[in-house]
Structure formats: structure tokens, C-alpha cells
Write a protein that binds this ligand. Structure first.
Ligand code: URA
Length: 432
């Protein structure tokens, strides 16, 4: 069918046939469907949604755009973790090596920054020399030999998601359950994993703002995983504030390095261990959640998770000498404090706004071709519920472009609601 006619079907709320969806996914991957046509279809999907048959078809077509890994020759359990996207969410950088140190093989395919949320690849690539663009053969060998590799979508694996991901980012079409399902699950299924844990984020800094939306997404992701024979666990976690102490590029890697070396922020470690426990239980390494958490704590305190991280970074051409001296890398040229506008308890944060201010700083992209600034980021001094005084610093913002720094600070102004009552907050919303 003519592409514009397929777009009109979805625009008018209809279902797209398998043949027509294939025309779009294959045609776009091959450069025969233009960015303009695909953007229009994304917007139509954003408004009209997709039924489950269409969503499963979308996942399959995106998966089939590239190769699928096979790790069945490995004795170890092969598994991965993925998040639906948040601010300050650096869990993958910590949990990947931690799981590999526990004996689980982790062939992780991640993404770049998406919407207001940060991207694991952009963060990892701030490690001098490190590349996340490696051949599938090298990816396989690295998982075989050291138990972990962290890469992005390539021409060989998930090329449809590679192109669709950056187009969604540039066209305001990220927050769509069908498109999120296609993007996440095509990557995870292509990894050839046996098990998966998904961190479905809910709250002011997530794509899913309400528990109802989060559950709808989580249940669908689980059904897709299980349909492709992947044991899939879901944790619903709170994204009403940034995770950990920092958000941005190198600063998040630095925080992850501290975490791998035993000095992680409490909320960051709680979530990391909860997610990791699901996979340790799946792998049969233990049958107790408490033991699964203790195993992970030991791997960190014995330095084994850190060693695995260094081994992985080195295998991907990262220059790892002295990496633990995190303040010696990517020193920002400019920094400014953002202050509390009144006294009281921090009742809420518009965490999406924080993510958008990070883009203004240079930690994310407005257009697909934008370069990111590795020095850009924020350090957060207070969490939800903290009592603060007028004029007290809440965030330190930094980057290497003073004009962008001013724009970001200005953008942050309406972020915090401060009032006289303390509101309740719980990091883990539901473990399933
Ligand atoms: N992570 C992805 O890989 N894709 C999405 O759409 C959202 C989060």
C-alpha cells in the first residue's frame, strides 16, 4: 500500500496489517521510507495506540531487521536488565558488571539519551577510548570470554531500533507504549537471553506518569518476553526524583564507579540489588532474596564487581588506568548552584524538567546530530521530604558552555514544590 495511506489508517484509529507494518519497518530501515513518513506514523501511533497483535508484530519486525544472538553454548545463565528510562538512572553500569561477577552472562544492548531521560551508551562513552560500537562477532567473543559486553544497536543487530530510536527522540513520540515495547523488547530478544528483569519507572521523571500506565506497560513487556521464551520479571520503581546523587554524563559514570567500589548512594544500591536479586533467583544461584542481595553486596565489597567493570571497559578499548580517580576526568569549565526559593519540606520535584534542563546543559540531544558535552551534569544535595531553608543550594549544575548553563538554571526554576508538610515516598513501588 502507499505509505501515506498506511499512515491515514493509523491516524483514523484503525489497525495496520502485518504486510503494511512490514512495508514501514523494513522500508524505513532500508532508507525507502523517509524520516517524515515514519515521524507521521509515530505520531499517529502515539495518538491512536496499537492493539496487542500490532504490538507483537512490531516487536517481531524490529527484531527481524537484524541478527539474533545465540548463547546456548554457554553453561552460565544468560540474562539482562533494562529500564524504561529515568533521570540519574545509572543502574545498568553497576548491575551489568555485578551480574557478570556473579557468573551470569550479560550481553547488554542499550540506547542513547531518549526524551528527557539519560542513555547508558552516552554515559559509558565518556570513559576515555571506550567504544560501544563493536562488531557482533566481537560482542559474542567478549560475552563468551569475560561474561559481559555493553553495546548499542548496530547495522547488524536491531538496525530498525537504531533509526527509530533517534527519530522518536527528535519528534516528541517517545512516550508511546507500543513504540517503547518495540524498542525495548526487540533489543532484549535479539540478545539471545534466557532471563530479563525490567525496571518500569513511574512518576514525574518517567515516561509513564501514573501507576496505571506503568502497569499497562509492564504487563505488556512481560507478556512479550514470555512469548519469546524469556523469563521476565518486572520491578516498578519510583521516578519522582532523580536516582542517586547525580545526573548527566561523566558524573554518572563517576557515581557508578564509586558504587562499584562500595560507596553507592542508598537509593541507587537498593534498586540495583532488588533488580539483581531477581536475576540471581532466576539463575538458581540462590533461592532466597535476602541471600541474593548479600551475594551482590559481597561481590562489591570484595572488589569483584569493580574488577569486572574494568575488564569490560578495557575489552571495549577504554583507558582504565586511574579511572577510580574520577575527579581527574572531564572537569567542567563552568558551574553554578541552584537554590531553594523558600523554606519547608521538598514535597515534589518535576523530574522531567530536571531531565530537560540536563539536555539544555548538553547532556542530551535536541536533534539527532547534536554532540553531547561529557562534562555536563548535576549533583543533587537533597531528596524528597528533606527540610530546606530559603537560599540553601539544592543542585550544583555544571558543563563547559556558560550560555547553556544559564539557560539550564533558568529552566530549573519551577522544578521544586516546597511546603509545610512532609510527603511520603517509597522507591520500590511494586516487585512482581
Ligand atoms: N529504553 C529503550 O530502549 N527504548 C525505549 O523506548 C525506552 C527505554
Amino acid at each position: 500500500m502507499i505509505p501515506a495511506e498506511i499512515i491515514k489508517i493509523k491516524r483514523n484509529g484503525g489497525s495496520i496489517s502485518k504486510t503494511d507494518l512490514k512495508t514501514f519497518v523494513d522500508g524505513f530501515t532500508a532508507g525507502k521510507i523517509s524520516d517524515a513518513q515514519m515521524s507521521a506514523l509515530f505520531m499517529a501511533i502515539y495518538f491512536s495506540g496499537m492493539d496487542n497483535d500490532e504490538i507483537f508484530m512490531l516487536v517481531k519486525l524490529m527484531l527481524d531487521s537484524g541478527q539474533k544472538m545465540d548463547f546456548s553454548h554457554l553453561e552460565s545463565y544468560v540474562a539482562d536488565k533494562h529500564s524504561t528510562g529515568g533521570v540519574g538512572d545509572k543502574v545498568s553500569i553497576i548491575l551489568g558488571p555485578l551480574l557478570a561477577a556473579a557468573g551470569i552472562a550479560v550481553p547488554m544492548i542499550s540506547g542513547r539519551s531518549l526524551g528527557h531521560t539519560g542513555g547508558t551508551l552516552d554515559k559509558l562513552e565518556t570513559i576515555p577510548g571506550l567504544t560501544t560500537e563493536i562488531s557482533l562477532e566481537k560482542f559474542r567473543q567478549q560475552v563468551d570470554s569475560i561474561g559481559i559486553s555493553m553495546i548499542g544497536q548496530t547495522q547488524e543487530i536491531c538496525p530498525a531500533d537504531k533509526k527509530m530510536y533517534s527519530l522518536r527522540n527528535a519528534t516528541g513520540t517517545v512516550e508511546s507504549i507500543p513504540l517503547i515495547c518495540g524498542s525495548i523488547m526487540s533489543k532484549k530478544i535479539a540478545e539471545g537471553i534466557q532471563g530479563l528483569v525490567l525496571d518500569v519507572k513511574i512518576g514525574s521523571g518517567a515516561f509513564m506518569k501514573t501507576i496505571k500506565q506503568g502497569r499497562e506497560l509492564g504487563e505488556l513487556l512481560k507478556r512479550i518476553g514470555e512469548d519469546f521464551n524469556i523469563r521476565t520479571d518486572i520491578i516498578y520503581s519510583n521516578m519522582d526524583q532523580p536516582l542517586g546523587k547525580t545526573a548527566g554524563l561523566w558524573c554518572e559514570v563517576a557515581e557508578s564507579i564509586d558504587a562499584l567500589r562500595g560507596a553507592g548512594a542508598p537509593d541507587l544500591m537498593e534498586l540495583t540489588f532488588e533488580l539483581g536479586a531477581k536475576l540471581l533467583l532466576q539463575a538458581g544461584i540462590t533461592s532466597s532474596r535476602a541471600t541474593a542481595i548479600a551475594i551482590q553486596q559481597d561481590l562489591i565489597s570484595q572488589g569483584k564487581a569493580w574488577d569486572k567493570f574494568i575488564e569490560m571497559a578495557g575489552a571495549q578499548k577504554g583507558k582504565t588506568a586511574g579511572l577510580e580517580k574520577t575527579s581527574s576526568f572531564h572537569i567542567p569549565r563552568h558551574e553554578k548552584l541552584f537554590y531553594a526559593h523558600k523554606s519547608g519540606f521538598i514535597q515534589s520535584m518535576d523530574t522531567t524538567r530536571i531531565g530537560l534542563a540536563l539536555i539544555e546543559l548538553g547532556a542530551g540531544r535536541k536533534n539527532s546530530s547534536d554532540n553531547v558535552d561529557p562534562t555536563a551534569g548535576m549533583v543533587f544535595f537533597q531528596k524528597l521530604g528533606a527540610e530546606v531553608k530559603t537560599g540553601e543550594p539544592l543542585i550544583r549544575c555544571f558543563n563547559s558552555n556558560s550560555r547553556k548553563l544559564e539557560i539550564a538554571l533558568n529552566y530549573l526554576k519551577p522544578t521544586f514544590r516546597i511546603g509545610s508538610d512532609k510527603t511520603a515516598y517509597s522507591l520500590i513501588i511494586v516487585k512482581k
